[in-house]
Design a protein around this ligand. Sequence first.
Ligand SMILES: NC(=O)c1ccc[n+]([C@@H]2O[C@H](COP(=O)([O-])OP(=O)(O)OC[C@H]3O[C@@H](n4cnc5c(N)ncnc54)[C@H](O)[C@@H]3O)[C@@H](O)[C@H]2O)c1
Length: 328
Amino acid sequence: MKKSPMIVLAGGNGYIGGTTAFALQEAGFVPVIIDNFSTSKKGAFNDFEVLEADLTDFSQTQRALKKIGPVAGLIHFAAKALVPESFEIPGLYYKNNLLSTANLAELSVELGIPIFLHSSSCAVYGVPKSVPISENSELHASSPYGDTKIMAEILLDRYRQMGKFKVLHLRYFNPAGAWPKYDWGEAHDPETHLIPNLILSAIKNQPVSLFGDQYSTPDGSCIRDFIHVVDLAEAHVKTLQMLLAGKAMPPCLNIGRGEGSSVLQVIQAAEKVLGKKIQVKKEPGRAGDPPELVADVTLMNKVLDWTPRKSLSNMIEDDWTWRSSTVK
Ligand SMILES: NC(=O)c1ccc[n+]([C@@H]2O[C@H](COP(=O)([O-])OP(=O)(O)OC[C@H]3O[C@@H](n4cnc5c(N)ncnc54)[C@H](O)[C@@H]3O)[C@@H](O)[C@H]2O)c1
């Protein structure tokens, strides 16, 4: 009998990696996770093999990968990923996000791992000159976090150009939602993302922060392109399947819905879904927050022959379903 292909998920114990692990398993892959639990909880999973290693430590990472043995590919989710925090402790962001990438790249060569999928971000575009943002847009980040994503892309592109392994950067826009079926959702501490904070506010009857209402957008609040995390996980599965099948692929793909929603529109959508008024507390805009980030998804639609299925309301509903059973 043919063995199911094994895929390493570096940083797979976190929000997006964990969701992708379930999606890969449903698609017939065997996910194996390496994580240091720096931004996620140890013991969160019973479903998969989870190895503990700090990816910034070459020997620890080498030991973990050797223990796993031959794999069909690797997905690198591991990163410190909070924009405001990256201004407070930039050194940690540069070290963690770049050393982990450099170690995984070197070890992919050493161990012959043929495919390297990289969790990149719309943060690579900084404040874009035009919206929707295509993959050809200029890269100039507006935060240390965004810098690390550009630098990791450059590093990995060099390995791709040298023919060491296949590389594809998935530039996620704004993942949100949960997978209640697997009791899996977004649990960052601190939580800086809008939808989880909105749902937490609704559960606790507390106001949600609106960071900036004077942006150059129709209602003054920031506009983002939200994508359901289960759709995002599916995009990983599709990309991996195509790379494994030897299809020619571009070096990077935007992953979003190509639809912008302002923070105030998301709050209104949540009030509608939850049937409840949500109090808003106005706060100053945050450093590194561009006014509008919406993906041009033409290339994603074409290359993956795929479009996300879930709506903004689905993201809110699923986060609510998961979080209201989790938060006491
Ligand atoms: N969540 C978003 O809104 C978003 C948007 C765009 C891109 N991304 C990118 O997607 C990836 C996953 O994001 P997430 O929201 O799931 O984050 P997360 O914090 O939930 O998960 C990241 C995981 O990586 C692990 N990790 C970090 N540094 C590590 C190290 N040195 N060694 C081993 N493990 C380490 C953490 O413990 C955690 O389990 C990140 O690379 C992030 O930059 C996220």
